[in-house]
Design a protein around this ligand. Structure first.
Ligand code: SF4
Length: 144
């Protein structure tokens, strides 16, 4: 059983499949995530692969403060992602709500709705910050 767990961790670290979800941001962070996945920054060289369904994802990349409309959907997407799953909050809005904290239409940071494993600050964070954050998460997975 231990060998199977090791194999699963190895495969997850070698190729984390990510789901990108905008919970109510301005799209600035989303553009930077896409830039990180494109050939110039090439996050795919670390095995990072964008998936379109939570059922195939290991990591949820979430941007934006959570609007009241999207909160229940974010929770549903989190529940649909198989365990073990990891959540990265990308940008200041996702990390703590930023200027929308306390706003009538916003829950604030995504940790108000789902647990977060990694925060990548910035408005928006640069693609290399995003890649660094993913590398830190993978190191955490390996127990480093
Ligand atoms: S952190 Fe900045 S760039 Fe990202 S969604 Fe919020 S306002 Fe937009």
């Amino acid at each position: 059983m231990a060998i199977l767990t090791k194999l699963a961790t190895w495969s997850r670290v070698k190729s984390p499949w990510v789901l990108h979800f905008n919970a109510g941001g301005c799209n600035g962070c989303d553009i930077e995530i896409l830039a990180a996945l494109m050939p110039r920054f090439d996050a795919e060289r670390f095995g990072v692969l964008l998936k379109s369904t939570p059922r195939h994802a290991d990591v949820i990349l979430c941007t934006g403060c959570v609007t009241k409309q999207i909160g229940s959907r974010l929770k549903r997407i989190y529940d649909q992602t198989p365990d073990p799953k990891f959540v990265i909050a990308v940008g200041t809005c996702a990390s703590g709500g930023a200027p929308f904290n306390g706003c009538y239409c916003s829950h604030g940071g995504i940790n108000k709705i789902i647990p977060v494993d990694m925060y990548i600050p910035g408005c928006p964070p640069r693609p290399d910050a995003f890649i660094y954050g993913v590398a830190q998460l993978l190191a955490k997975l390996q127990g480093k």
